[in-house]
Design a protein around this ligand. Sequence first.
Ligand code: NDP
Length: 295
Amino acid sequence: MAADRIDGKAFAEGLRTRVGGWASDFEGAAGRKAGLAVVLVGEDPASQVYVRSKGKAVAAANMNGFEHHLPADTSQEDLLALVERLNADDAVDGILVQLPLPDHLDDQAVIAAIDPDKDVDGFHVANAGRLAVGQTGFVPCTPLGCMMLLADRLGDLSGLEAVVIGRSNIVGKPMAQLLLDANATVTIAHSRTKDLPSVVRRADIVVAAVGRAEMIKADWLKPGATVIDVGINRLPPADGEERGRLVGDVDYGPASEIASAITPVPGGVGPMTIAVLLRNTLVAAYAHAGLDAPE
Ligand code: NDP
């Protein structure tokens, strides 16, 4: 039987509507709109697309977006000075610096300069540490979005076997931490993992965050597994196509014959990331204004 398609797009739309409602409540209670500052350095086309769509989503959710577009040759000093100004700005509840930065800038130093209480991307070491020791903090948007989809689909994850493929700081590691907090038994696989198919085969939950088109094959999956595909990969254009298709890390068609539920690419995890960013910004705004956040 074909797997259920986990509709991240619909889930994300619902979350964005709820966040829009909270944002209006926030404005009523605080006397100002919640604000997200987005910093973009340089002209990277993919980053420009992301920043534009974040700006639109922020406005649609009844929040203020403050866009700071700096030239590609901006110095580290000037970028850090901007982050300091945003840290001190009471109209700004969340700060997001679009990565990757141009090569001459130090991503880690810039992230470290963001006030952890405005770090709505959850990349600051203080927030990574809070997640690691089970304290409340900001969790990176993509893995938190994956968790929301899993909780919605499976409810209690206690005792389930979860395999996360990928160990980046922004997806794989926080994903594994969230699954562990939800009492799953977690394995983190990566490029040095031996016999990946047999590791994946024991998983009730597979989260793929590798960045390799259709690498995870149907016969690696345990029948009935729930599959969350974070990967976004563009295939080379086929004959007559101007641009290649977007695909995930999982070989979707055959995998959906074996899994019980699977996220498509596009339309799965991708839309969740921005919705969770809006949610994190609202949480930051309520805390910043000294108000209790809605749940
Ligand atoms: P990274 O490149 O930072 O990490 C990739 C991970 O995959 C690494 O841990 C790497 O292992 C592992 N890996 C690479 N090759 C293999 C292999 N052959 N077998 C097993 N593991 C392997 O990527 P990100 O975590 O940033 O992103 C992963 C994917 O998710 C990308 O496609 C990205 O575009 C997508 N993404 C999607 C988002 C969304 O909104 N939907 C948001 C963020 C990312 P090692 O550590 O050993 O090198």
